[in-house]
Design a protein around this ligand. Structure first.
Ligand code: GLT
Ligand code: MN
Ligand code: MN
Length: 387
């Protein structure tokens, strides 16, 4: 198997991912900074489909109009040369000191309005570049001390901001889908709406819930100790999986943003299997970066590795779905019970009475072994490459 990326798989990377220079809170950059156009060429070389960006990955916050024009010209030219597209845009609402207390939830009304202005301006640019998904990651939307900010006012401010931006999206005819990305903490002590599940609940309180979905990130749910695939399944079930951030991460650690498939092989397998089984058609976006030990050859290895792992897991998922022994066990586990069918379907009082009167052989039902050990071992053996 060649495992060559194809456009249909929509593998995308952010400018900030392969462009990450390796600085961390304890050390400075280890790689020279590349220009956006150079990053696009690197992504073209490894076979990516698209590149996503924050306003200030592309155009520094203090750029003059002339600098802006020149950067955009080079960026557009690199896109044309490589054939890469820009499916997603987002706003950096966390890097500049003005956002030290958050953006849409900052206590200072000027900061909140500046965040709206900055987002609208980049929605204009994203639309020009062809983006159809707009991500909101509220990295600074939170607190260190709850003495400093009202959690209820913050929800209200966040809601009002999103409602305003949904109206702006409509008024401009941009057709963006908004995708909210949760993270439990870092850089704030606590970030509001810390999980994908919390975001899904919040979306239903907005004026245009249909316009808004989620962008779940594997590392972020793992930081919260959660099962990422379950969060993605819930988002899919709600019709809200507008985008996805693929990477890897040890549980309950700082934000590691490792190469997709690097660490939690089995979790990653079940995630890819879910995305492929349901027929997810959005971007498969890698929000990760190479180890700090790497030069740009290592960064290419990293990017190729993300895509290869996805394709390998996809092949494993197909194998799982075709494996006669595994499928036989699954059929046995999930088989229907004709005797119970009379209780299925719509509620009626008669059904409820009949169910209350039915006599279940509780001990006998409980005594049956389910064979899950065998099924799980077969799954592991398939992943370990001997099936
Ligand atoms: C930042 C963060 C990511 C978000 C990006 C979008 S930026 O790198 O760690 O999880 O997806 O704002
Ligand atoms: Mn992310
Ligand atoms: Mn992350």
């Amino acid at each position: 198997m060649a495992y060559e990326p194809t456009p249909e798989q929509k593998f995308t990377f952010g400018l900030w991912t392969v462009g990450n220079t390796g600085s961390d809170p304890f050390g400075s950059s280890v790689r020279e900074k590349l220009s956006p156009a150079e990053i696009v060429r690197l992504l073209g070389e490894v076979g990516a489909y698209g590149v996503n960006y924050h306003d200030n990955d592309l155009i520094p916050i203090d750029a003059t109009p002339a600098e802006r024009d020149s950067i955009l010209k080079d960026f557009r030219q690199a896109l044309q040369e490589t054939g890469l597209v820009v499916p997603m845009a987002t706003t950096n609402l966390f890097g500049d000191p003005i956002f030290k207390d958050g953006a849409f939830t900052a206590n200072d009304p000027k900061v909140r309005k500046y965040a709206l202005q900055k987002t609208m301006l980049n929605m204009d640019l994203g639309a020009e570049l062809g983006a159809k998904v707009y991500v909101f990651w509220g990295g600074r939307e939170g607190t260190e001390s709850d003495a400093t900010k009202s959690a209820l006012d913050s929800l209200k401010h966040f809601r009002e901001s999103l409602n305003f931006l949904c109206e702006y999206n409509r008024s401009q005819g941009y057709g963006y889908k908004f995708a909210l990305e949760a993270k439990p903490n870092e850089p704030r002590g606590d970030i509001y709406l810390p999980t994908t599940g919390a975001m899904l609940g919040f979306i239903e309180t907005l004026d245009y819930p249909d316009m808004v979905g989620v962008n779940p990130e594997m590392a972020h749910e793992h930081m919260a100790g959660l099962n990422f695939m379950h969060a993605v399944a819930q988002a899919w079930d709600a019709g809200k999986l507008f985008h996805i951030d693929l990477n890897d991460q040890n549980y309950a650690r700082f934000d590691q943003d490792w190469r997709f498939g690097m660490q939690n092989l089995k979790q990653t397998f079940f995630l890819v299997k879910l995305l492929e089984d349901v027929g997810y058609e959005g971007s498969r976006h890698f929000d990760a970066h190479a180890f700090r030990t790497e030069d740009y050859e290592g960064v290419k290895d990293f990017a190729r590795g993300c895509m290869r792992s996805y394709m390998i897991f996809k092949e494993k998922a197909e194998r799982f779905n075709k494996d006669a022994e595994i499928q036989g066990l699954l059929a046995e586990i999930t088989k229907s019970d004709p005797e119970m069918e009379k209780f299925d379907g719509e509620f009626t009082s008669e059904k409820a009475e009949a169910l209350k009167a039915y006599s279940f052989d509780r001990k006998n039902i409980a005594a049956r072994g389910l064979g899950y050990e065998k099924l799980d071992q077969l799954t592991n053996e398939l992943l370990m490459g001997i099936r």
